[in-house]
Design a protein around this ligand. Structure first.
Ligand code: A2P
Length: 318
């Protein structure tokens, strides 16, 4: 395993990246600097995370002080739902580039298959959402394609897309999405979606690979199972003299997907990076396959507002 993903055009992407969702301003600068020192070359960002300006400062300082070349880094960001209208896509990407202090992104993703009004950050009622009939994903996608034409991003992709929604883009788009970033961990293994992506040469990035225990309480269910406490994961970790988090990351790497564990703690940033050295046996991988609960930690409930046309069924197409 060399922990590199290859695209059809020969481009490459580091499989293991630093996640920055929930990394607070005031914390994320040091986290990104430490990650780059440790060896991470892939940073996963999004406009919504509200911390891109601080990440931009960290990237700039790392490039200046450590002689890291822009081409050596892989920077992903994401278009927020309130900028799906084609006229808003390029301006949104420009804001992200300005915040990140970059001339181009490596990968720009549509964050959710959900469209919101321009003035809505999170929908409070049905009026804040725009139905996909009115503002189809394929229209937003055309504007994403123009961002590639204009050299603002090398690649484009999507996040939280079902196989059905990927098919719409594959059928109608001029360019193919090279990535689908989805929640993926042993409790949500998404094997059918993974197979679909593999058949169509679409790479997958696993988000919330450690179960995102630090997400807001409102997004948590009572008594939810904790991945980092799973007895099977803990036993395998013990056998490898590793931590449960390292086993979860190694599992994703063995699946052949990109993975973006978030941490703002220097020891854990390093520990997570070292997961790439772990080799799991076939039987350990099988044991972990047995843990699937089809359990979403991020169930998308926030978009399923009655009267909006969005439901959990049509969000996930399941
Ligand atoms: P912290 O940032 O303090 O390290 P996810 O990537 O699934 O969103 O999970 C992120 C959560 O997991 C954060 O609470 C993060 O805390 C924690 N975390 C990150 N790395 C580790 C690790 N190696 N061991 C335990 N918890 C970790």
């Amino acid at each position: 395993m060399n922990n590199i993903l290859y695209f059809d055009d020969g481009g490459t992407m580091p499989q293991l990246g630093l996640g920055t969702w929930k990394s607070k301003p005031g914390e994320v600068y040091d986290a990104v600097r430490e990650a780059i020192r440790v060896g991470y070359r892939h940073i996963d960002c999004a406009h919504l995370y509200g911390n891109e300006a601080e990440i931009g400062q960290a990237l700039k300082d790392a490039m200046n002080e450590e002689g890291i070349k822009r081409e050596a880094l892989w920077i992903t960001s994401k278009l927020w739902n309130n900028a799906h209208h084609p006229k808003n896509v390029k301006p949104a990407l420009r804001v992200t580039l300005e915040n990140l202090r970059l001339d181009y992104l490596d990968l720009y993703l549509m964050h959710w298959p959900v469209a919101q009004q321009e003035d809505s950050i999170f929908p409070e009622n049905a009026m804040d959402l725009i139905s996909l009939e009115k503002l189809p994903l394929t229209e937003t996608w055309s504007a994403m394609e123009e961002c590639v034409d204009n050299g603002l991003t090398r690649y484009i992709g999507v996040s939280n897309f079902s196989a059905h929604k990927l098919s719409l883009i594959l059928e109608e788009g001029r360019m193919k999405p090279v990535m689908n970033q989805i929640e993926l961990h042993p409790y949500l293994q998404q094997s059918a979606l993974l197979n679909f992506c593999k058949e169509n040469h679409i790479h997958v990035t696993a988000y919330s690979p450690l179960g995102s225990v630090d997400r807001p309480a409102i997004m948590k269910a009572k008594n939810e199972p904790l991945l980092l406490e799973d007895p099977v994961i803990k036993t395998i970790a013990k056998q490898h003299h590793a931590s449960p988090a390292q086993i979860l990351i190694a599992w994703a790497l063995h699946l052949g997907v990109a993975v973006v564990p978030k941490s703002v703690n220097p020891q854990r940033i390093r520990q997570n990076f070292e997961s790439s050295k772990l080799v799991l046996s076939e039987s350990e991988m099988e044991e972990i396959t047995g843990l699937d609960l089809h359990r979403r930690y991020l169930d998308g409930n926030i978009w399923a507002i009655p009267g909006s046309g969005y439901t959990l069924e049509n969000l996930w197409d399941e």
